[in-house]
Ligand binder design. Sequence first.
Ligand code: ATP
Ligand code: LTN
Length: 333
Amino acid sequence: MEDKKKIILSGIQPTGVITLGNYIGAVKNWKQMQEQFDCIYFIADLHALTVKREPQEFRQTALGFFAQYLAMGLDPEKSILYFQSHVHQHAELQWILNCNTYVGETARMTQFKDKSQKHADNINMGLMDYPVLMAADILLFQTDLVPVGIDQKQHLELARDIAIRFNNRYGETFTVPDAYIPNLGAKINSLQDPTSKMSKSDPDPNAYVSVIDDEATIIKKFKRAVTDSGNEICVREDKPGISNLITIYAAIEDKSVSEVESEFSSCSGYGAFKLAVGEAVAAKFRPIREDYQRYVKDKGYLEQVAKSGAERAAYLAEKTLRKVKKRVGLISF
Ligand code: ATP
Ligand code: LTN
């Protein structure tokens, strides 16, 4: 008998632009996983509302992200692609999970603490409840594996705790998910401060590269990347800048770190290495940028893919939600 395919699920908040960090840490794996598994990838637009957004701009960014999903190779023939806000079961399951999660569990999340500091004037309920919505996203589909960067590990652990607690209290209901974190590139660092994470909300655009930046911009950003003293090209603790660039090059070229170190062992200096990394990234992103420009103009197609994705997702989500409602004792006629 054939084994049931594993279920894979992940999402990105539609804010700013999809960065090289998002690509290497998450989307590159999403794309590969489509070939083997049943994959569900959504735009986490409800999560993005935890920070104040200008509605018109937010709508455009979210649609642009959907076009970028397609351009990066997420294929609606292979995977379910949709907007989180189009499948009401996410928010509905979140409520029930809220009633099975302790305030202390979400209040201690690192991301909540960081974002509370960054947005001290808007520490809203959603910000604290963010990981419970993420747990709902995951548990709704009986997900086995969640491909994310290392920064999401803590949220994944909470999703597991909630699933285990619910199963113990009400009987087997949810698959307990595992995080799928890449060995290489789980945390790509900023090009301007290589000791901190590359983030799409960084106010300095030189800190990140977007998957739709043009080639000249990508190369310029790499030329400006902050490196370290010395001239050796190797991964070492006292060389965060060069280590980050080696990781980026290795992930983009599908090579190991030691292969990259020996490839550049006789390189004449950091300038030439930075240029080589920039050129490799620009070449990788060229088809993504070109496809993006085609997709983003075709609203009719984006709408059609998103609608059919949401229908398929809602069908699967409803199966779990119905079971959950029954388990907790809500009446169904
Ligand atoms: P923001 O700056 O708005 O918080 P972000 O750049 O951290 O955003 P997210 O939407 O939080 O991006 O993350 C989307 C996915 O990309 C997640 O799986 C996350 O773990 C991964 N990711 C984000 N940044 C990086 C990074 N620098 N290196 C590796 N993976 C990353
Ligand atoms: N919190 C995630 C985005 C996200 C997500 C999910 C990732 C929302 N729901 C479910 C995996 C599974 C982030 O990357 N910031």
